[in-house]
Every structure is written in C-alpha cells, then in structure tokens.
Design a protein around this ligand. Structure first.
Ligand SMILES: Nc1ncnc2c1ncn2[C@@H]1O[C@H](COP(=O)(O)OP(=O)(O)OP(=O)(O)O)[C@@H](O)[C@H]1O
Length: 658
C-alpha cells in the first residue's frame, strides 16, 4: 500500500468511508484512491469491518494444508528462525503463510507473539486472505502478487489498526506462481522503514532454496525415468511432476502425442497405463512425481525374456515417519504407531531416551497430531533454568514481585502454554522444591503467580523427557516417586541409535539430503566405505551426533561423502575410550557429545579444505571475513595448513590486527 505515516489523515478517511461519507475531497490523491479501492473490495467480499480475531481453520483442514506444504515448511522455517534469532530485541514477529493465506509458522519476539494471538487471533492455522480478513499484509501481498506495506489504519478491519505489516510473496521458479508469503508484523508504533526490505530478502532466500530443491527433485525424477527406460527399452514411458504434468517422455511420435494430451488434461481411453509408480524424496518421503509405463498399443507383440524384467521403480522402503522422526526399526516403528494413538488420547507422556535420540522431535509431533495442535507448544529445558528463577519462570509473577523483575509482571510457562503442550525436557534435573510445586499443579491444575494469591488453572498437556534413569534417582531420593507417577501416565522409551543399525544408514542419507539443501549444495551420496565406517561407530550422541558428522562431511564433500570427509573419532570407530560403547548412566550431553566448539571447528576446517580461500569460506558460511579470522584464533585453526602452498593474496587479505 502507500505506507503513509499520516496516521490521523488515513484514520479520518477510514471513518468517513465506514460512515458512507466518502466524497471527491477524500479522493484527492492517488494514494487515497488506492486505499478506497482496497476497502471497497473488502466490503464487496463481505468482510466484517468489526471482526476481532483472525478466522481459524478447523484441525482437519489445517492438518491437510500443512501436510501439502511440507517442502515450504522445511525450506522456510530454518531461514525464518535464523533471521528471528537476530531480531529478538525488535518488537516484531515473522510469519510464514502458505499459498492460500493460512499461517503455518510464527516466530520472533515472544511478547509480540502473545499479544498478536490474544489481541487479534494471529496464530498458526488462522487465515489472512483479503476475503477472510480484509486489507492486511499477507492477504494484500497475495492478491496483488507483490511486496506490500500495510500500515496501521490502512487495514480494513479496525482491530488490525494496532499492527503494521510488511509482506512479500515467495514465488515459484516461473516468477509468477505464489508459493507462500513472508510477513513481518510489528506493533504499529514500532514500524520500521526497513521492514519491507527484510521481508523481501527473507522471501528471496526461501525462493532460492525452493528452486534448488525443485532442481534436485527434478533430477531425481529424471534419473528414475532413465532407469525405467533402460529396463523397458521397447515401451513408452512418461515422467510426470507431482501435479501430473509430463516433464519428459520417450521419443516416439505416439508418446509425444500422449504426453501432449496429458498436458492438456485430455488423455483418451486408448492411452492406457500399464503401471504408475510414485517417486518419493528420500528425506521427507514427499511425492516428487511419478513414472508412467504406458500399455503397448493393440496388436503389439513383444516377448520378454524373464531376465529382462526389472525390479519395480523406486520401491517404497519399510520406513515409518512421525513428523521429522524416521525409522526402519520394527520395534521403534511400533512405538511410533503407539504415539499416534497417544497423541489423540491427551494424557501426560514421559519419553525416556539417551541424549540426541529425538525426544524433542517426538514431543513436537505428538503435539502437532493432537487436538491441541492450534494452541502453543512450549519446550522448556529444566536443566537450564537457575534454581532462583525456577518458580517465577514456571508460574509467572505479578508487578513488584521482586526487584529486577519486569515492572508489568509476566506470565510463566503454564500460562504461555495454555490450552497447548508444555514439553519439560531434562525433567530429571528439577530441584526438589520445584518437583513439589510441579506435583501440586499436576494434581489439581492450580497455581499462583509469584507475589499473587489469585489462583489460576493450568490447561496444558505435559510431555516430559529425560535421559536419566528416574528409577535410580527415586531410589537415591533425588526424584519424587509421586511426581514420576503423575508424569508417566504413558511412558515410551526410544532405543539408542546403536541398537537400530539400519537407521544409521537411513538417517545418514536423510541428513545428507536435508543438509545439502540447508547449505545450498547438491546432496552428497555416501560411498560404501563411508557407510561401513558409520556402521562401526557406537554413536553415543545418537542421531544428533550423526547429524553433526554428516554436516561436517557434507561441507567437506565434493558430491560424494567418502571416509576422508568423516570426523576422525568416527573413523577411529569410537575405540579410543572417549566414545566407546553405551554409557550405562545415559550420560549428560556435555559428557558424550563432541563440544559445540569442536563441531564449529570441524565445519570451518572442512570448508577450508574444500574451498581453500578464506573469502569463499566466509561467504559460504554467511560470515564477515573479520569474524572468520577471529574464529581461527578462537578455535586454534592455522589457516595456512588448509590453504595450500599458494594462497591467493588478492582474494584473502591478511587478518585485521588485533
Ligand atoms: N529418528 C530421527 N529421524 C530424524 N532426525 C532425528 C531422529 N532422531 C533425532 N533426530 C535429529 O537429531 C537431533 C536431536 O534430536 P532431539 O533434540 O529431538 O533429541 P533429544 O533426545 O531431545 O536430545 P536431548 O536429550 O539432548 O535434549 C535433531 O536434529 C533431530 O532432528
């Protein structure tokens, strides 16, 4: 829209418009005419100017929409979260909406998020097309197909005047089809002129990732097509995209004509299909197209020798997925089936498993599959909150409760997660006083903010997780048995990765795909030797450690991960004692995982080995060169070892003096 800061003038125009008093005077500028056109369009669409909350899809419809947008979600959420990380102090939220205007993800300043939800119903699952909510950032960017500001009183509905939005479409590779919207919404008075630039640049990054992903999918589909043609050299074969449009066909005139008919949706009865096989992405399992083997025309005779019969195309693997959690292990697959039922049952759940086995991943998806999926999901690491702040963090506090507190008071986790799910990670770390307080809430649902006598009711579901042996903690008097029974209404244990050897291969390939995408490189394939080395290692840090190892390897790989790309401890097979075998006490992460510092070092060293130029490595990591030089010093990396005998002095200036 026009992005005028003449708030009062626009407000008067809005009031006259709604009182039916718009006159020629009101239309004196093109900007005012644009606004009036917009608002007239909303009136014609039947939008209620006095609506107070965004309209929400019902659970089933939302789930369907979200499932259809897995690629958009997987591509966008890491980018949006990265950006939001740097915007924590900005009073704004970043919203991802799918192509029909439904919100899929919100991140950013928690206070603004809460306010947006409470004041205007801006929550995951709400719908913001112009038809549903009048002029607004997401809806207007969708209908205009271009980036827009919608500033405060420019909104059609009065309730949204509290907000200012900058929204930009994410386009498909054709530059026209809108795949989603990125919207940066701030409190009206905090609107910043750079907001639109921010929204556009985030949308562009997502667009570039999506294009790369599409290209990888297209190549995968074409390789299935070539495979099928190789096995059926005398037949006609079509490759179709996920919408059923032909992208490749065998060269016969008959096949060309059939492909043409399919393209125009006019396949005729003579175009009989002998088989149609879906091709799926190895990481997400999403359908990326299909291969159609056409039946031979009547009268065609071809005798196959038995050994000419090929195996089926892209046969489905026996893999169960639960959100992002994937496994081929029979026992773990049964556990996932149980979790699907447990999700609907709405009872408290306790998940036990070593560090990095995916407890958080499961908890998040149990929430997503539950009837609470539209409500907040809040994950809290009980081991990371200081004992003094524990009570106020969980229960909140009223104004003046203690010095140094927010003078307006603050809601605690139980209030923030109201109606949703509160995930208590590392629950075994709770101190005794907090265990008693938590038990009270679990018994009757009531709690008070610190400094208040007013009783409030907790309405969230609790999912707790721990890597500890709670039985042992109870025996040592360090964990309350009554609390344990309250938490483990249902309890499930995730097997460590070393006891699911098939999953090492499955996850390594899945991580190579997703990390290739994350770093903007083609997904590397793993050599048989690399797979064998991964299979020998005991993985004390489980899937997280495997993911880190594959991330290092992906950055060092040149299309293919061989043993040389793997971290040294993996190559040693964990035989040096530091990582050998399971830790019976299910060790704390810090004891068993390579430290973050070491991971950071491995990533940088991998990149240096690969690119051999500091400027290129800095660019690939999205760091300033000066920051990278600082990291060399911090992480004790001697760049000369990796830059080869003749580093390019023009490309890499000497490090700044420190
Ligand atoms: N089966 C799996 N499939 C895909 N990814 C997995 C799987 N298990 C774990 N991961 C990945 O491993 C990493 C660690 O997962 P998560 O944080 O859920 O583990 P956790 O058990 O909660 O760890 P911690 O005990 O340290 O909190 C994440 O990147 C997650 O995506």
């Amino acid at each position: 829209m026009g992005f005028s800061k003449d708030l009062r003038g626009v407000r008067q125009l809005w009031e006259r418009f709604n009182a039916g008093l718009v006159d020629v005077e009101a239309c004196r500028t093109p900007y005012h005419r644009l606004l009036l056109d917009e608002w007239r369009r909303c009136t014609a669409l039947g939008v209620d100017v006095a609506m107070s909350r965004g309209r929400r899809l019902d659970d089933a419809a939302f789930r369907q929409r979200r499932e259809a947008e897995q690629l958009l979600l997987e591509t966008s959420v890491p980018i949006v979260q990265d950006v939001a990380h740097y915007l924590q102090d900005v009073p704004g939220i970043m919203i991802l909406a799918e192509r029909t205007g439904t919100v899929l993800h919100i991140t950013g300043n928690p206070r603004v998020r809460e306010r947006a939800a409470a004041h205007s119903g801006i929550v995951v699952g709400s719908e913001w097309t112009e038809g549903a909510a009048g002029t607004n950032g997401m809806g207007t960017a969708l209908s205009m197909g271009r980036p827009v500001h919608v500033f405060a009183t420019e909104h059609f509905c009065e309730r949204w005047h509290a907000w200012s939005c900058a929204a930009a479409p994410i386009f498909d590779t054709d530059g026209r089809t809108v795949l989603g919207i990125i919207d940066f919404t701030t409190v009206e008075s905090d609107f910043r002129d750079q907001a639109l630039g921010l929204a556009v640049s985030v949308a562009n990054s997502i667009q570039a990732r999506m294009a790369l992903h599409r290209e990888l999918e297209r190549r995968r589909l074409l390789s299935s097509f070539s495979e099928t043609v190789r096995h059926y050299p005398h037949d006609d074969v079509l490759a179709l995209d996920p919408l059923g449009r032909p992208v490749m066909h065998t060269p016969s005139e008959r096949c060309r004509q059939i492909a043409e008919r399919w393209r125009h949706g006019s396949a005729d009865a003579a175009d009989r299909v002998q088989s149609r096989t879906e091709v799926r992405a190895p990481g997400t399992g999403a359908c990326i197209g299909s291969i159609v083997l056409l039946a031979r025309p009547a009268g065609y005779q071809k005798v196959f020798r038995p050994d000419e019969r090929p195996p089926p195309v892209a046969a489905a693997e026996p893999v169960t997925r639960f959100g992002e959690f994937a496994t081929g292990d029979a026992e773990t697959r049964r556990m996932l089936e149980d979790l699907r039922r447990i999700a609907a049952a709405d009872v408290n759940l306790l998940i036990i498993g070593e560090t990095g086995t995916g407890k958080e991943l499961l908890a998040r998806h149990v929430h997503a599959c539950s009837r609470r999926s539209h409500e907040p999901y809040l994950a809290v690491n009980c081991g990371a909150i200081s004992a003094e702040l524990m009570e106020s963090s969980f229960f909140g506090y009223v104004k003046g409760a203690f010095s140094g507190a927010d003078p307006r008071g603050r809601a605690g986790y139980f209030e923030s997660a109201r109606g949703g799910t509160l995930f208590l990670d590392e629950v075994g770390e709770l101190p005794a006083a907090m265990q008693a307080a938590l038990l009270r809430v679990l018994e009757d649902g009531s709690f008070q903010r610190v400094g208040s006598c007013e009783t409030r009711t907790a309405t969230c579901r609790i999912i707790a997780a721990t890597h500890r042996d709670l039985g042992q903690l109870i025996a040592q008097g360090r964990f309350r048995q009554d609390l344990y029974f309250r938490l483990k209404v249902v309890q499930r244990t995730i097997k460590p990765l070393r006891e699911r050897p098939g999953d090492i291969r499955l996850l390594a390939e899945q991580f190579a795909q997703s990390l290739g995408l994350k770093h903007g490189v083609a997904a590397p394939t793993l050599t048989p030797d690399a797979h064998a080395a991964l299979a020998r290692y005991p993985w004390p840090g489980n899937a997280r450690e495997l993911r880190n190892a594959i991330e290092v390897a992906t950055l060092a790989a040149d299309g293919c991960i061989d043993t040389g790309c793997l971290p040294p401890e993996v190559l040693r097979g964990g035989s040096d004692g530091a990582t050998a075998g399971p830790d019976p006490a299910l060790a704390r992460p810090a004891e068993s995982l390579a430290s973050l510092r070491e991971i950071e070092r491995q990533i940088i060293v991998g990149m240096l080995r690969k690119y051999r130029q500091v400027s290129v490595v800095a660019q690939r990591l999205g760091l300033a060169r000066s920051t990278l030089y600082r990291k060399f010093a911090e992480l004790d990396i001697r760049q000369a070892e990796f830059l080869g005998s003749a580093p390019d002095p023009a490309a890499d200036e000497p490090p700044p003096q420190r």
